[in-house]
Design a protein around this ligand. Structure first.
Ligand code: ATP
Ligand code: MG
Length: 331
């Protein structure tokens, strides 16, 4: 099932709309968080009740699909789904199927009172340049009746001729205070007791991805309506900063065996894969006060080497031990 089907299914079959990211998805462009520049331009489109082809680019969970749906709703009203065809590019193996679907969709008249229909193509960067070339022709053939909204993570993977036909919108990771504001408000509406330190933890783990933030909250809340910091770190498979600092400290002061035990303990307790742990250590290294700049540079190199070896298939236990040994000798 692709993401569109997944979302439609959750929208349809869960009467209570029990998935929080769906339940709290903004329905109008004005309610989209952050993305000031994007929202201002989209509002202008909504007011004029028309828009050009759009290319929405940016990291996951920052509001691209939300913006496409909200804009369609603002322009076409509650019945907007009848005027909108959603497709997932990574799913449409052959461009032929996109062509066929677009063709039959474009043939039917738009709902009364509107002059065009919308085709939303998610994950457009999954299409090869050749397929994008064909897509460009499809866009041209249907330009009179259809507007395309393309969504992608990397606009650089979209060929120039398509980019030049679209108004480009760049979505940024959501700022920490806005992630916080959102989850605090979701918690309130869902009747969850979210501890302030737990809210901080969600901000820390979600890295500007609002989908991840809201999902983390829901997963934790499904276990306990009293959501604590510990619960968030446990359920998101993230080691809290002080634990990661503890590992570096053990490397520096206690030597290899104790450091190794700490690392094993972190893997077990938080259910981490080796590469997760290395990446979390890397992210936290910048905040470690007891190491100097040069030490951090060397440790970073050791971690990068370990990550690479594990990705290439090196055994996790051996590689992590080797990393610990290396860090012990470096700091
Ligand atoms: N800017 C935002 N304002 C409000 N809610 C948001 C925003 N971005 C994401 N969300 C929340 O996260 C959920 C997922 O967002 P959305 O589907 O728009 O992400 P996306 O940018 O399309 O990500 P992907 O690249 O993974 O498709 C939404 O249902 C909504 O609850
Ligand atoms: Mg999306």
């Amino acid at each position: 099932m692709n993401r569109i089907e997944e979302r439609q299914q959750t929208e349809h079959n869960l009467q209570g709309r029990s998935i929080w990211v769906e339940r709290h998805r903004p329905a109008t462009v004005g309610d989209i968080k952050g993305q000031r520049a994007v929202v201002d331009r989209l509002k202008a489109y909504a007011n004029n009740r028309t828009f050009p082809h759009l290319l929405l680019a940016g990291p996951p969970g920052t509001g691209k699909t939300t913006a496409a749906l909200a804009l369609a709703k603002d322009v076409f009203g509650d019945d907007y789904r009848r005027n909108m065809l959603e497709m997932n590019a990574s799913d449409e193996r052959k461009l032929e199927s996109i062509r066929t679907k677009v063709k039959s969709f474009a043939r039917t008249a738009p709902i009364p009172g509107t002059s065009f229909k919308v085709i939303f193509l998610d994950e457009a960067d999954a299409l090869t340049p050749d397929a994008q070339g064909a897509l460009r022709r499809i866009m041209e053939q249907n330009a009179a009746t259809c507007r395309f909204i393309l969504s992608c993570n990397y606009s650089s993977k979209i060929i120039e001729p398509i980019q030049s036909r679209c108004a480009i919108f760049r979505f940024r990771p959501i700022a920490d205070d806005q992630v916080r504001e959102m989850i605090v408000s979701v918690a309130e509406r869902e009747g969850i007791n979210l501890h302030p330190e737990a809210a901080d933890a969600i901000v820390h783990v979600s890295l500007g991805d609002l989908r991840k933030a809201i999902t983390s909250l829901q997963v934790a809340a499904s276990l306990d309506k009293d959501v604590t910091r510990e619960l968030i770190y446990e359920t998101t498979a993230t080691a809290p900063p002080e634990e990661l600092h503890g590992f570096f400290l053990a490397c520096q002061q206690d030597g290899f065996q104790p450091a190794r035990r700490r690392l094993r303990d972190l893997l077990d307790r938080f259910g981490l894969a080796g590469t997760d742990l290395v990446n979390q250590l890397h992210r936290e290294l910048g905040n470690v006060a007891f190491l100097d700049e040069l030490q951090k540079l060397k440790v970073t190199e050791a971690m990068a080497e370990t990550d690479y070896r594990m990705v290439e298939g090196g055994g996790e236990t051996l590689q992590l031990d080797a990393m610990t040994a290396k860090i012990c000798s470096l700091i």
